[in-house]
Write a protein that binds this ligand. Structure first.
Ligand code: AMP
Length: 387
């Protein structure tokens, strides 16, 4: 089965055609600056048309028919949807009832869910009979116990506004924990581990018996680790204080979501640039990596407790998979847990799951490449096969 995986952002649309049976990506692309000057598409419908034309040109049939009637090179569409709220704990086949429910979650993810819905509607308009599946970034964290999901604030805030911890990057955390358990030959439902998904957005998840029992992102993807442009954890009183100083809600949001993190500390949110700067002796860059790796190591220590003793620590995503420098900074802080990095293995480059710790390390350190598109394609195909 072939599935088109769509990741629609407010002004971009990423797409990847997957062969689910072969487990491979056949074609991928991105359309940026949707609706913006110099962009290739005025809206998400146009962006999808453009994506479909490119897909057909690359892998489609030789049909001479018009574009609308020519056969599509895929049988279903899987969408990455950021927020599933409390309602969606599993992928769903999209219908007229649940699409408005996804839309109603927009206040919880104002940048993402409206764009996801636009992508779904654009496809429904063009190809009404094509099955579409929504795979939610929050869903894997449905198993968080109350002591991990609840904030210690008045209950009315949860009841009236849904203010609680949801967690994100779930598709990646689920996929990587499954791969880690396979790699270690441990049954998934007995696997205890810590997954550090370190990309431009970053989160760490505590896995107990194969389930998410804690995760560093909360009500929104701002909580937790230091990220490319996001602050991660700060004292909430800072926001109140800034409000009293005359900063608007939008300004505070932009400060914490787009102007903080590595960008604020080191002047760049691209880890490659920050690493190069540390090698050139740039003190800001060195301090930035020290601070962010220190905070990640503290989470790992805490999650070791949360899972009752982890059997593995896994690095994944852009930075987790590709930055030996950052992995070493983190691992060196974990020596109190008996964790020992093998510096040689850490430097090797590979797209395969692998161990980067020494044989006498208390638990293995692993690098396991994530593949959210693959996970979304498999979930989509699985749901269609059973419905
Ligand atoms: P992602 O969001 O998963 O695509 O990850 C993006 C992050 O990974 C950015 O901070 C990149 O700078 C970082 N990254 C990607 N490749 C490398 C690399 N070879 N070395 C260091 N960091 C990298």
């Amino acid at each position: 089965m072939k599935v088109l995986v769509i990741n629609a952002g407010s002004s971009s649309l990423k797409y990847q055609l997957r062969d689910v049976t072969a487990g491979s990506a056949l074609y991928e692309g991105v359309i940026e600056k949707i609706g913006q000057p110099g962009g290739e598409a005025a809206d998400h419908t146009q962006a999808l048309d453009l994506a479909a034309r490119r897909l057909k040109a690359a892998v489609g049939s030789e049909s001479e028919e018009s574009e609308e009637s020519a056969e599509l090179p895929f049988e279903a569409v899987g969408h990455r949807v950021v927020h599933g709220g409390e309602r969606f704990g599993e992928p769903v086949l999209i219908d007229e009832e649940n699409l408005p429910a996804i839309e109603q979650l927009s206040p919880l993810a104002p940048l993402h869910n409206p764009a996801n819905v636009l992508g779904i509607r654009a496809i429904a308009q063009r190809w009404p009979d094509l099955p579409q599946v929504a795979v939610f970034d929050t869903a894997f964290h449905r198993t968080l116990p109350e002591h991990a999901w609840r904030y210690p604030i008045p209950d009315e805030l949860y009841q009236q506004h849904g203010i609680r911890r949801y967690g994100f990057h779930g598709t990646s955390h689920e996929y990587v924990s499954r791969r880690a358990a396979e790699f270690l030959d441990i049954p998934l439902d007995r696997f205890r581990g810590i997954i550090a998904h370190l990309g431009n957005g970053a989160s760490v998840t505590a896995i107990r018996d194969g389930q998410s029992v804690d995760t560093s992102m909360g009500f929104t993807p701002l909580e937790g680790l230091v990220m490319g442009t996001r602050s991660g954890d700060v004292d909430p009183s800072i926001l109140v204080f800034l409000g009293q100083q005359g900063y608007s809600a939008e300004e505070i949001d932009a400060l914490l979501n787009r102007r903080s993190g590595l960008l604020a500390l080191a002047g760049s949110n691209d880890m490659r640039e920050v690493e190069a700067a540390t090698e050139a002796g740039d003190e800001r860059a060195i301090a930035a990596l020290t601070l962010s790796s220190y905070r990640l190591a503290k989470y790992i220590g805490a999650y070791h407790i949360a899972v009752g003793g982890a059997e593995a620590l896994v690095f994944t995503a852009g930075l987790g998979e590709n930055s030996p420098v950052y992995r070493k900074l983190v691992a060196d802080r974990l020596q109190a847990l008996g964790i020992r990095l093998d510096e040689q293995l850490n430097l090797e480059r590979s797209k395969q799951p692998r161990v980067i710790s020494t044989p006498d390390s208390s638990i293995p350190l692993l690098v396991i490449p994530t593949d959210e598109e693959r996970a979304i394609a498999e979930a989509t195909a699985g749901l269609i096969a059973t419905s």
